[in-house]
Design a binder for this molecule. Structure first.
Ligand SMILES: [Zn+2]
Length: 132
């Protein structure tokens, strides 16, 4: 499953994984098996769940410390993960100040990735030949 997720840039839903792994192995895989495997990979920091998409993607930097900030491209669904130690520190300080215990941290930002921005710019501003 990790190999399947690592081969993807965009997140995959549990049922996509179920179908693709079943097809690869030539036999059906049960949903609880998929969810247990995903849970195992998430606990080890190898896979991350994209809450806004209800999907999963392999972490590009498994050793990342603290909370990761996820930039989700609304055009191509690619995910860019960034380490945000100062932001993480700030959020924990605020939580401590208001006596709030953080159990789970989800930081996802939706927008347009560099590749999609570049291709949109090319479409909007086509190169015009210069006449002498
Ligand atoms: Zn994109």
């Amino acid at each position: 499953m990790l190999a399947l997720l690592c081969s993807e840039v965009t997140p995959k839903g549990a049922y996509d994984l179920l179908r693709e792994l079943g097809a690869n192995r030539g036999r059906a895989i049960s949903p609880p098996t998929i969810y247990r495997s995903l849970e195992y990979l998430i606990e080890r920091g190898l896979v991350i769940r994209i809450e806004s998409r209800n999907a999963y993607v392999a972490r590009k930097r498994p050793g990342i410390s603290g909370g990761a900030l996820l930039y989700v491209c609304s055009t191509c669904s690619s995910i860019v993960e960034a380490e945000v130690a100062p932001l993480d520190h700030c959020l924990r300080n605020v939580a401590a100040g208001i006596g709030f215990r953080i159990d789970r941290q989800i930081l996802e930002l939706e927008g347009v990735c560099q590749g999609c921005t570049a291709s949109q710019t090319r479409v909007e501003n086509p190169v015009v030949g210069v006449s002498a």
